[in-house]
Design a protein around this ligand. Structure first.
Ligand code: GRF
Length: 200
């Protein structure tokens, strides 16, 4: 049997996308395996959720390091020690440096709650409403040094409905996030495995 691609998920918060990835990876047909969840602080609720779902989860507390390079070195060491091949950002609220991103080129994914290239950055649901958009959605993309600008892997559209507030819109988008992120990870893992059948 071809080994599944060892994948880590980086979170900062509740971890609902992380949970969708872990659930999807339970299927024997899924080409990635979630081997590790890391957060940038101990308060991330997703850590407990990951452990409940049977996945090793650890905090690498950003505040314990002298700065971003030291934090990222700790992150990299942990990922390497776990033989991770793909990293999925799922509500990870830190911008990773260009050298880190370069090291993971083609193997670092992110989910963003807008139809990129529209609405890069934060508060996408509020901005979609403020701009009077009739359509909104989410995007899975490869991470590059420029924020929310890497190659797009998958997008899903949702309507903006009359009476929507940011919360209602976010919930509609989140449902789609949980659908397309596992699909995109599966596709990236499958092509990675096809290129390097024995692992990296
Ligand atoms: C999601 O909306 C994701 O698109 C964004 O941050 C949120 C994380 O939510 N990057 P969760 O922690 O996956 O529930």
């Amino acid at each position: 049997m071809i080994p599944r691609v060892r994948t880590a998920v980086l979170i900062s918060g509740r971890g609902s996308n992380m949970s969708a990835l872990i659930e999807a990876a339970r299927s024997p047909d899924f080409s990635a395996e979630i081997v590790l969840v890391l957060s940038d602080g101990p308060a991330a609720a997703g850590l407990l959720l990951a452990r409940k779902l049977g996945v090793a989860a650890e905090a690498i507390d950003f505040r314990a390091y002298a700065g971003k390079p030291a934090f990222e070195a700790a992150l990299a060491a942990r990922l390497t020690a776990a033989s991770v091949e793909i990293v999925c950002l799922a509500g990870f609220m830190r911008v990773l440096s260009a050298p880190f991103v370069e090291r993971w080129r083609g193997r670092l994914l992110n989910i963003h709650p807008s139809l990129l290239p529209n609405l890069r950055g934060l508060n996408t649901h509020e901005r979609a409403l403020a701009q009077g958009l009739v359509e909104h959605g989410c995007t899975v993309h490869l991470v590059t040094a420029e924020l929310d600008a890497g190659p797009i892997l998958a997008r899903a559209r949702v309507p903006v409905l009359p009476g929507d507030d940011a919360r209602a819109l976010a919930a509609r988008v989140l449902k789609e996030e949980h659908r397309i992120y596992p699909q995109a990870l599966d596709a990236v893992a499958r092509s990675l495995r096809a290129a390097a059948p024995g692992g990296l």
